[in-house]
Design a protein around this ligand. Structure first.
Ligand SMILES: Cc1cc2nc3c(=O)[nH]c(=O)nc-3n(C[C@H](O)[C@H](O)[C@H](O)COP(=O)(O)OP(=O)(O)OC[C@H]3O[C@@H](n4cnc5c(N)ncnc54)[C@H](O)[C@@H]3O)c2cc1C
Length: 282
């Protein structure tokens, strides 16, 4: 037997989860496929009607992506340049119908190693706001997703917003995804890069995240440090070498071997860096 509830406020949803518990349903684009042939059981808490979690709010210090914001809304909202990678990822998630229903928060909470939203948000130093009946807490995404489909979310918590600090608004950002075909495809490897350039034309800050190559997407901090001060021009991508990938340990699965993933990830990193500085990708 199953109970379906559709609270209209975040407070009501949190009260339900604190009381009888339940599984959160948002766009349903991961929820329903995960059921396979099984029927829905237990309490389902559909959060898609909670208006206060809809849409993107821009403040002087941060950008808040509400917990029921869809990928189509990300694409349609004018955002600073550093969000270009997130917008590219949004356009590559399934097809238009999936983007119209699927949410950024659902992508993060499902925590697939191949979740396309994770690398761009990692590269933006994003945080998640988790709300329960007892209060709210914020954690960086890097600490929120702890493994393959594992997060730090407690069962009584709702991901109410994804928050991006406005520290690199004008930085260039690029998302590249490799799949077995061009559209409607799960990533074999993907990369998000954000590169800020100083007034002398040198890299001021670089952030690079690789997804689909380990249990959860990872930043390449060694490469990020090595890039600071480098001339931000064509050929920047050549600074990425195999050693920089030691922070990820590519997996072998039905989509690709670990060796193929390592090669592909390095090529994507290099191309993303060149694209950020306007150079011709290798
Ligand atoms: C045909 C198809 C193609 C797809 N292609 C891609 C792709 O290319 N790339 C990609 O990354 N993904 C893809 N997906 C997966 C999916 O569309 C995305 O992960 C989407 O962002 C999930 O959001 P949702 O709102 O539908 O989540 P739901 O399915 O509603 O929920 C997913 C999980 O997160 C939990 N949850 C949802 N919202 C919250 C919240 N606010 N707080 C706490 N927990 C929450 C739910 O309980 C559930 O466990 C595809 C799915 C389909 C069906």
């Amino acid at each position: 037997m199953s109970v379906y509830l559709r609270p209209q406020t975040l407070a009501d949803a949190a009260q339900i989860l604190a009381g009888q518990g339940g599984t959160i349903l948002s766009g349903g684009t991961d929820f329903f496929p995960a059921l396979g042939d099984r029927p829905v059981t237990g309490t389902v808490v559909d959060i898609s009607g909670i208006r206060e979690m809809k849409g993107i709010r821009v403040t002087p210090s941060e950008i808040r992506i509400g917990g029921t914001t869809t990928w189509s809304e990300v694409v349609a909202t004018p955002l600073p340049r550093c969000f270009d990678a997130l917008k590219s990822a949004a356009r590559e998630i399934g097809g238009i119908q999936i983007q119209n229903r699927g949410t950024v928060a659902g992508n993060l909470c499902n925590a697939s190693p191949a979740a396309d939203g994770v690398p761009p948000l990692l590269a933006l130093d994003a945080e998640v706001e988790l709300v329960s009946a007892t209060g709210a807490r914020r954690i960086p995404i890097a600490k929120f997703i702890v493994g393959n489909r594992k997060t730090q979310r407690r069962a009584d918590e709702i991901l109410a917003a994804v928050i991006v600090p406005r520290t690199l608004d004008d930085a260039a950002s690029v998302f590249l995804k490799l799949g077995a075909r061009r559209y409607l495809v799960i990533s074999i490897a993907m990369v998000a890069a954000v590169v800020a350039v100083d007034e002398k034309g040198r890299v001021r800050e670089a952030r690079i995240a690789v997804g689909s190559c380990s249990a959860s997407a990872q930043r390449l901090s060694g490469l990020e440090q090595a890039l600071v001060g480098a001339p931000a021009r064509a050929g920047l991508g050549r600074m990425a070498v195999a050693n920089h990938l030691s922070e990820i340990s590519p997996i072998t699965d039905v989509r690709a071997t670990a060796g193929y993933r390592s090669d592909a990830a390095l090529t994507l990193v290099s191309r993303a860096l060149d694209a950020c500085v306007g150079g011709q990708p290798r």
